[in-house]
Design a protein around this ligand. Structure first.
Ligand code: BEZ
Length: 248
């Protein structure tokens, strides 16, 4: 027994030595931490300065690297979709403002995928002092102590963290999937519904509780047409082709 306790104490101490700082990640449902930094669009306090918009915070490892460049060009190309959803974008890396400005100008001169030059409207934050990276747990020390992994924090209009994704440095993010998560969250908030696996806007959604009795459904042809079940645990509501909401 003594041996067991000793080995538990030693292993706790050992983990403490391997990861002396311990990374802290804001959890889903918590208030998004605030930070103020210089950006390519002037000084910004995130998320406060974006008001009642939804926000997405993207981190990337380093300016002028190939995967990061492709991601920023893809974000710039999809700017209209983010605008339509009422989402403001913020990009951080541990590179400094001077490098951000050079990189932005370089990216805006490129013709990626034959789309012609794209304007980068969202701000690139100078996080060379790691303030935002540490607040959001973007430095995953087994990988790097000075470069962020690819982090995504989706934050709602009340500045609550609603979704978190982390990707490895060598794998570019699927920006369409990130848009889809925002659409699913906004649809769920607006209509108090759930979205099934692989859901896309306009498709059928799930309801946690059927808001009618089965007799009410049977007696009302319109309602009967709107709801259906698969087994006795999954009730679906037919999709609303009109789209999502909460575009503050
Ligand atoms: C890139 O963006 O290409 C990259 C950055 C850091 C490590 C590996 C790849």
């Amino acid at each position: 027994m003594k041996k067991l306790i000793l080995s538990i104490v030693l292993s706790v101490l050992f983990v403490g030595i391997v990861f002396p700082q311990g990374i802290k990640i804001p959890l889903i449902g918590s208030k998004a931490p605030s930070f103020t930094e210089e950006t390519t669009n002037g000084q910004i306090t995130f998320p406060d300065d974006f008001g009642k918009k939804w926000k997405i915070l993207f981190s990337h490892p380093q300016d002028f690297t190939p995967v990061c460049s492709s991601e920023l060009l893809e974000l710039a190309y999809m700017q209209k979709e983010f605008d339509q959803l009422g989402v403001k974008l913020a990009v951080i890396s541990t590179s400094d403002l001077a490098l951000h400005k050079m990189w932005k100008a370089h990216l805006e001169s490129l013709d990626y995928k034959g789309r012609g030059p794209q304007k980068i409207q969202f701000p690139l934050f100078d996080d060379h002092q790691y303030v935002a990276s540490k607040l959001y747990g973007m430095l995953h020390e087994p990988e790097s102590t000075n470069m962020d992994i690819r982090g995504v924090f989706i934050i709602d209009s009340k500045n609550i963290v609603r979704a978190i994704n982390f990707y490895p440095m060598k794998v570019g993010r699927n920006i369409k999937e990130i848009v889809r998560i925002v659409e699913a969250l906004q649809t769920s908030d607006k209509a108090s519904v759930l979205t099934p696996a692989n859901w896309n806007p306009g498709e059928d959604v799930l309801v946690g509780h059927l808001p009618y009795t089965e007799k009410e459904l049977a007696d009302n042809p319109k309602l009967k047409n709107d709801y259906y079940s698969v087994g006795d645990r999954m009730w679906f509501k037919k999709g609303d082709k009109s789209g999502t909401a909460d575009k503050n």
